[in-house]
Structure formats: C-alpha cells, structure tokens
Design a protein around this ligand. Structure first.
Ligand SMILES: Nc1ncnc2c1ncn2[C@@H]1O[C@H](COP(=O)(O)OP(=O)(O)OP(=O)(O)O)[C@@H](O)[C@H]1O
Ligand SMILES: [Mg+2]
Ligand SMILES: [Mg+2]
Length: 483
C-alpha cells in the first residue's frame, strides 16, 4: 500500500469524583433526569464556581503516570458556543495553560512490538448535559445531570499509523486511568470516549494530510472500524483526484460508514477568554512530589514484575496486566497455588473464553480466584488430568462449588490404583487379539507408536480418568511379556 494512515486521538475521561468540577452536585450515574443539576451548573445569575480539589489531584496523578510536565500554574478559559444542553453558553475548559503538559506512553502491539506515543497535553474541563431525542410531546428533552461533571481531555500527537495502534493506545489510557482509580473507565456509560482524527498521506511524505475528526466513539471495536473505513474513504477520494475537506464526521456502526456532521471552518469560533470567575490554580512542588509517591504500581511496571517474579512471558505478562482486576486475580490464584505458568494459562485460556462468552468482566467471574487455585492444585498433585480439569472448570462455572466438591460429586478422581489399572489393561488386551498379534510381530522400533491404540482404549474405558503415566508403564510390561 502506498498510503500511510495518520491518527491522533482526543480522549475524554470522566473523573470519578463524588461531586462536580465547580459545584457540590452529585455526579452519580443513572439518577432521575435533572435531579443532580444545581444553580451553579445551570449558571444562575449570582452563582460562582468553586473548584473541586479532588479533580485536580486526579488530573495531576494522570500527568505523573504519563511522565508528563505538570502545569504548576493552570488557567481556566471559557469556550463559548450555543447548544441546548449547555445552559451557561460556554464550557469551562483549559486552553493556553493546561494542568498536564507534554508526556509520552508506550503501547504494546499484538505482534509483540512496542512504540511510544507522545502526549500533546491533557486539560481539565466540565462536561455538558445531554439531549434526549425520545418523544417528549414532539420535542427533545434535556437532562442536565451531566453538566459540570469533571473530565480530562487527553490529546495525543498524531503519532499512530494504523487502527490497531490507535486501539492499543486507547487501551493503554484506559488501563492507566483505571489503575490510578481516577475513572471507572466504563465506556458503555460514556466515562471514556474518544474522538479520532484521521488523515492519510503518501508514504515518505513529510507534510500531514488534511484530517477529519470522528466524534464520540465509545468502544474499542468501533474505534478500529471507524478509522479503517474513514481512511479507505479518504484514499478513494484522493486516488480519484479529489481533496479532503477538514470536517467533523460521525461513525455509524450499523452501516459501518462515516458521515459529515459539520465543517470545521465555520464551527470553530469559540471566542476563548480566561474565565473571570476563577483564579489561576497554582500547585506547590511539595504537592506534586507527594502525589508522585502515592502513585500505585502501573501496568508497565507490573508487567515487568510479573516477568521477573513469576517467570511469565512478555506476552502473558502484558495480557494479565491490562486490567488491574485481572492482575489482582492472577496474583491471588498464584499466591495460593504456587503455579504461575499454569495460572497464567488458565486465566488467558479457559477463563478468558468463558468471560468472553458471557460478556462479563473478571470482577464478575463465576469462578473465583480461590476456586481456580483449588483446581490448579488438583492438577498439580495428579488428582485429575488437565483434560478432566476442563470439565471441573465448566462445572464450577455452573455454580457446582469448589474443585474438590465437583471432583467428589462427579467421581472424577484420576485412577492411580495399580490393581484397577491392571484390570483395565488386561481387559483391553484380551479384547484386542488382532492388535496384540500385530504388536508382537512388529519391528521393535515401531512398537511404541502401536501402543497408542491400546492407551486410547484404556482411557476410553476409564472415562479419561486413568493416570496416563501408569497406563503406559503397566501396558508396556504386559505387552512385552507376550513377546
Ligand atoms: N493531519 C492530522 N492527521 C491526523 N491527526 C491529526 C492531524 N493534525 C492534528 N491531528 C490530531 O488531532 C487532534 C487535535 O486535537 P485538538 O484538541 O488539539 O484540536 P481540535 O480537534 O481542533 O479541537 P477540539 O478540542 O475543539 O475538538 C490531536 O490529537 C492531533 O494529534
Ligand atoms: Mg480537543
Ligand atoms: Mg477535536
């Protein structure tokens, strides 16, 4: 392909503070419409904004996690526009002096490679309300509960070169904000949403192409698809000799296409000016130093520790640390069963498949960390084979109790009793005279392979529960005695 795709993301993250950025109204999700908007959020005359300290703390924590410059003096501006869900007529945001400056973050791609994505800046701002287009007597409804909710807008440099890189970056930001506990990161509730800026240029070209901006995409899968179709659209236009119009577009997931919303030139006149109601916010060095000390272990550091402490592969370590909850789950299982590799395999294999099928997250897993540890211990001490373990796992997922309870109730214990296995071996030998004949006549070098038939029959007879090492040994002795 001679075209190169260039992507920069603006990500809006809703901070999980109790109250709003400039008022005491609650930010709780799902309350009755307009029950959580106070006079400040409605911009009633005579009201004044009071900054919420927690929101600043969260924004600084994010900046530190991104190795970014912290804006020791940040200033709020008014971004003026008219829209029914914006009763103030302006959004309070930061433009010239944001709280978080330039930084960078490493992203990990599926093929095992990594790359750095630069952060342009991140700023604090308030969210707007929501227009509801269900039928309210032929009119739209407005819910102002969200008005004034604190957001950080995280603006990347145009450093990504494929839809997959954009998704990896978005996942990394998701993982960082949830590790820090500054947002619940719930994309279905709009706590994390993204605008994707997309342009294309001929490979080797230095100058960036004209970008379009795909607004408010709220899932990893849609980000990937939206960028792909938009890049294809732009390439088609350019190959036909046309040119790209800089505009805001909407991604329609049902039709898998992007549509023009508004052109940027006319819309982009916000008449920013410093908010006269808010003083610049000045942070002391000490405040920033203290916050840095309180940062939790972040995904990259955790992934490195998982490799050195548990001997996991880079791939497994990366998979297990993307979400803090799965990293915690892994460590709980590991501490109680002492088998890091088996634990990693079970979590990224059977458990991940189960959660995927049921479309739930690991916090809601029907198999608890204690249950999985119990299962792994029974594999380790040879009570059950790995094959039977999958049955036990499914039963635990159905709510049948601990591994020991399932093994007991369903009689799944591996048979390691010499007498019992000898009986099964003898029965199979007696019923397989042709195969025994062939075995005895065959060249010695061919015999080990020929044992497979007998092992299969014995396993079948034992419903998969006979200890495979013991079968092999007893079978070989008995067959060789017939030579
Ligand atoms: N030619 C380009 N191709 C792809 N991405 C680009 C290009 N030029 C800029 N970008 C990206 O577009 C984003 C611009 O975001 P920014 O918030 O600075 O401005 P905006 O979109 O004009 O304003 P607003 O916040 O009002 O949407 C950045 O992430 C930047 O990396
Ligand atoms: Mg922006
Ligand atoms: Mg933008």
């Amino acid at each position: 392909m001679k075209w190169e795709i260039v992507i920069g993301l603006e990500i809006h993250v809703q901070l999980s503070t109790q109250s709003k950025l400039f008022s005491g109204a609650s930010t709780r999700f799902g309350a009755a419409p307009n029950s959580q908007a106070c006079a400040v959020d409605l911009a009633m005359p005579g009201t004044l904004p009071v900054p919420n300290e927690e929101a600043f703390r969260y924004a600084v924590m994010f900046g530190l996690a991104m190795n970014a410059d912290i804006g020791k003096r940040s200033v709020f501006e008014r971004k003026n526009y008219f829209y029914p869900d914006l009763p103030k007529g302006y959004q309070t945001t930061q433009l010239e002096q944001p709280i978080v400056g330039a930084g960078e973050v490493e992203i990990h791609l599926e093929d095992g490679s990594s790359k750095k994505v630069r952060l342009h800046h991140a700023h604090l701002e308030e969210d707007a309300g929501k227009s509801l287009h269900e039928d309210f007597h032929g009119m739209s409804g407005i819910d102002l509960n969200r008005a004034g909710t604190p957001l950080i807008e995280i603006v990347s440099e145009p450093d990504m070169r494929s839809a997959a890189e954009a998704v990896a970056y978005l996942k990394k930001i998701h993982s960082i904000v949830t590790y820090l506990g500054i947002s619940d990161g719930d994309m279905s509730q709009g706590s994390l949403r993204c605008d994707a800026n997309v342009s294309v240029r001929l490979k080797g070209e230095e100058k960036l192409g004209t970008r379009t901006e795909l607004k408010n995409i709220n899932s990893f899968r849609f980000v990937e698809r939206a960028i792909k179709v938009e890049a294809e659209r732009q390439i088609d236009i350019l190959e036909d000799g046309g040119s790209i119009v800089q505009e805001t577009r909407l991604y329609d997931a049902d039709k898998n296409e992007t549509r023009s919303m508004r052109s940027k030139e006319v819309a982009n006149d916000y008449r920013y000016f410093p908010c006269p109601d808010l003083l610049p916010v000045v942070l002391t060095d000490n405040y920033v130093v203290q916050l840095r000390e309180l940062l939790p272990e972040l995904p990259d550091a955790k992934a490195e520790r998982f490799q050195s402490e548990y001997g996991l592969s880079a791939y497994d370590a990366d998979q297990l640390t993307q979400e803090r909850a799965s990293a915690d789950y892994f460590e709980t299982v590991c501490k109680s069963c002492g088998e890091p590799k088996l634990t990693a395999n079970w979590i990224t294999g059977e458990l991940a498949a189960l959660l995927n099928r049921q479309e739930i997250s690991i916090q809601d897993s029907p198999v608890s960390a204690q249950q999985l540890a119990g299962l792994i211990m029974r594999i380790k001490d040879n009570t059950i084979s790995s094959k039977i373990a999958k049955q036990v796992f499914e039963a635990m997922a159905q709510g049948e109790g601990s591994a020991d309870e399932v093994i007991e109730k369903r009689g799944l214990k591996q048979v390691s009793d010499t007498g019992a296995i000898e009986e099964m071996v003898e029965a199979v030998i007696a019923a397989s005279s042709v195969q025994v004949d062939n075995y005895c006549k065959a060249d010695e070098s061919k015999r080990p392979k020929m044992m497979g038939y007998f092992v299969g029959q014995i396993m079948k007879a034992s419903k998969g529960q006979a200890n495979p090492q013991m079968i092999n040994k007893i079978l070989k002795d008995k067959l060789d005695a017939l030579l």
